[in-house]
Structures are given as structure tokens and as C-alpha cells.
Design a protein around this ligand. Sequence first.
Ligand SMILES: *[C@@H]1O[C@H](CO)[C@@H](O)[C@H](O)[C@H]1NC(C)=O
Ligand SMILES: *[C@@H]1O[C@H](CO)[C@@H](O)[C@H](O)[C@H]1NC(C)=O
Ligand SMILES: *[C@@H]1O[C@H](CO)[C@@H](O)[C@H](O)[C@H]1NC(C)=O
Length: 498
Amino acid sequence: MLVLFLLPLLPLIASLPSQQPFSINTSHEGRINPLKHLSAISPFFIPTEKPTPLPEQCELDRVSLLIRHSSIMGNDEEYEETMKPFIEKIYNLDKSKLPKNGEWKFLKDWKSPINEDTLEVVSPQGKKDAKFLGKYIRKTYSPLFPSRKKTTTKKDKNKTPYKIWTASSTRDIDTAKSYIKGGFPSHQSGPDGEGDGEVVQLIQVPNKAKDWDRSLTPHKACDTFDKKPSLEPANKWLAVYAPKVIDRLRGVIPEVANELVDQDILAMQMLCGYETIATGSSQFCHLFTDEEWLDVEYYFDVRFHYMMGYGSHLSPYLGMPWVKTAKHLLEGKDTEGSDGGKGHKSTDDGTLGTFKKGPKLPEPKLPPNATHTQLLHPSFTHRESPAFVAVFLNLFNSSSHTHPSSETPPLDHRVDDRAWRTSHLVSFLGHVALERYHCKGKKHGDAGDYVRAVVNGRVEKMSGCEDGLQQGCKWETFDKWVDERAERWSDWESVCEK
Ligand SMILES: *[C@@H]1O[C@H](CO)[C@@H](O)[C@H](O)[C@H]1NC(C)=O
Ligand SMILES: *[C@@H]1O[C@H](CO)[C@@H](O)[C@H](O)[C@H]1NC(C)=O
Ligand SMILES: *[C@@H]1O[C@H](CO)[C@@H](O)[C@H](O)[C@H]1NC(C)=O
């Protein structure tokens, strides 16, 4: 079924701003596009040319979708610790030290478009990208959407609205609204993308609320989750590759190179991403070799292995709630209007520090893990969640990989054939789908119900749940397998309490 939508989809992809400029071969050194190797700073792109089609004679029934928010103008931590010191260094540098010619010349009057005021804010391009994603998801899963028709009859009006769930940070809400504007006609999306409240409704899930089964931002409800320790191994690797870059630069911009520290190399590589997000292009993207881009990509993969991948014992615990919720939703019961229950006690938005509080959205009536009548369940969240979910589902961890994701990444050299590629998993708008489908036909003698995991359009094997066709899994197997894993990683309190 997916195949049907490819033809009309392709021209759209080619004209997408995020796609086209980035695929032009402008890099001096060679072949790779750095913007596709910046992990969580990679602007939205669709990594595979086309979504993996379902096996023949199969049809989709239901889909649960977990989507990271769209591109932001900068991340607090990356700005404070890495980019800001570099930016200030350049501003304060004796201008006579800066080259007058060549590709580094721009530094003389360079002004950073990244600053404190707009950190964590979705960029204008990020909004366009999220809108594009809404159209793309509508095309991909069209039969699972509510009808575009205007509601007229009284019966229609009493129907339960179709819900989109979002974590409560502003960047998640803004992304969800743009997605809604892309995926629904304007009479359903509402003027600002919050939904018309009748057919479409955007629901805000409080970030730290433990009684929502923690399904969208589990790490914010887990006190022992800590991003900092992962910096240590990542910086060990930085100390291997960055000095080599500085050495190379001594031959190009000797007086600047003498002032640079390892973090400055990382800063410039981050700025390639954030500056492109802010202004559409960045000189920093032209300053490094392919090898150096692959080195920074490895830096992020090391960091996220320990922060939210297989290298953290917390990851499967934190991935469990969403998968359990998704399984429950995929099970589905086609009853109408069961959502009208009693008001659910909502908890204060527990966003921290500089995360701005989200705008007012309708009060939720039931948590995401209640029984809902719709067929496609999208939820918007942060980079951590798709990674946790990948671990819980045992993706990228097959023993047939040379370097499965659960293997410890060496810190003295880069492993190129590793399965853990966070540029593919947690780029802006990176998404994980669980697709339930049924197949008929004697051809493969496998009529029945199946489920498969799809990451940014590409099917990925759930190792241990792989008895279906083409990397899928039988629904029954999945059902038991998820329950077993949920049992194994259920003791949330004991691992999350300080
Ligand atoms: C990009 O440029 C490099 C060398 O300049 C070349 O080898 C490579 O084939 C080009 N790639 C594309 C996709 O045109
Ligand atoms: C939903 O989550 C709550 C805890 O937050 C739990 O008690 C309940 O059993 C869950 N419901 C389902 C259907 O999983
Ligand atoms: C990853 O694979 C290894 C080797 O097969 C296995 O021992 C481990 O349990 C897997 N990790 C998860 C989270 O399932």
C-alpha cells in the first residue's frame, strides 16, 4: 500500500527546502553532506529514498508514531558549554590574526545567529519542515486519517476528536501545530494548528507527570537520569580527533589555530548545523574534511550511546512506557466515542529552567494509554525518547551486525561499520513508527497479523521478534515479547529514585 504513494511524493521531496540545498555537492573536499552527519543537530531529512513498502498482499491497520520535535535555533547545553565560548573567542580575537583571503575570511565580520534569546525555539525552517512532515505522513498513512470532509450532521459532531499528543515544552507544541497544519485541511487544523477541537485536537501531556505512564518524556520523570556523565567518554574521543584538526589548521590559519582548543572544533561543527537551521547556510560546513565530519558524527554516537542508548542501563526502562502504550493502541478496539470519560487530574507543567511554558491547550480527558478510537497515534517529544524506544525494541542490535549497537564504542578510533547511527535516529523530526498490518494470500502461507518497526521510513529488525516476513514480527509474538521485556524492565522506582 505504501508504494502507491511514492510517485506523488517524490516531487515534493525534491522541492523541500531542507532536501534540496543540502544535497547539492558544495563541499570542497568531497562527497558527504555534513548536515546528514550531525546526529541530533541534523536538520530534517528523509534518509531513505522511499519508505520500505509493506510485503505484498498486506494492508496497514494501525500505526503508533513517536516524533522528535523540529529544528531549533540552538540547544541550551551545547550553546553554554561549547558554542558560546568559541563565539566569544572569535569576537575578542585580534582581528589582524584572521585571514584576509580564502574560506576562513568570513570570520572577520562573522556574527553568530545563535544567541541566548532564541535557544530552544523552533526555527522558521523547522516549522516548514514539520508542516512537510504532516503532508508526508498524511500521504504515507492516508487511510488511517479522519476524513477531510467538513462535518455537517449532528452525529458527526458528537464523534470523538482525532488526537495528536505532544510533550509540554514549547518546541514540541510548535512542532505538533505545524504538523497539524500540514496534515489536515484548514477547517480541521484550526488557525494556529491546535485543531478545531471537533475533528482534530492537540493534547498536551505534562512533561513530568508520573501518572501519565510517563510515555512521552520519561527521562524528565526519572530522577537518576543524567546527561552529564556521557560527556566524559565523548570528550575522550574528541581529544583523539580534534587535535588532528587543529594540527591541520596550523597550516591554513596558524594564528587562529594556536588559540583553538578541542571544544572549538566541536563548536564550529555544531555551528554548521545551527547556522544552517537559522539562516539557510553556513560557511562552517565547508571548512572540514569528510573524515572530520565522520569523526564528529562518531562523537555524537558515543555520547548518545551512553546517554540514551544501549550504554545506559536506564534506556530500556525509559523506552518501555511508550512501547507499552503503543502496543495497547495498536491492539485497538473500534468502539466509538469511548473517550468522553471523566476529567483527568492534570499536573502542572514541570518544565525546567529556560524551557518556556507552553501555550494553553484543551484539558486532556484521558491519558495516552487509555483506549482511543483512532487508527494513527502521533506523539511529539524530545531526542531521548526515540533512542530509548530503539533500545527497548532491540533495534540495530542484531548479532549479524559487525558492530551491534549494544557493543561498547572504542574511544581511540572510529568504528565505521557500527549499527548505532544517531543521525538516522534522532535528527530533527526523527521518528519511530510501530506499524500493525495484516496479510492475506496463500503465496507465503502467512496470512495473519503482523507488526514492524520503522525508523524514518526504513524497516528495522526487532531482534528477538522477527518471525514475520521481511523483518516484521507476528502480532502474537510481539504481544508476548513486549510483555516479557516490560516485565524485565518494569522496576522504574528502584532505578529512577535517587
Ligand atoms: C561530489 O564531489 C566529489 C568530488 O568533488 C565527487 O567525487 C562526487 O562524485 C560528487 N558527488 C555527487 C553526488 O555529485
Ligand atoms: C496506563 O497507565 C497507568 C499508570 O500511569 C496504569 O495504571 C494503567 O494500567 C495504564 N493503562 C493501560 C491500558 O496500560
Ligand atoms: C543486545 O544484544 C545483546 C547480544 O545479543 C543482548 O545480550 C542484549 O540483551 C541486547 N540488548 C537489549 C536491550 O535487548
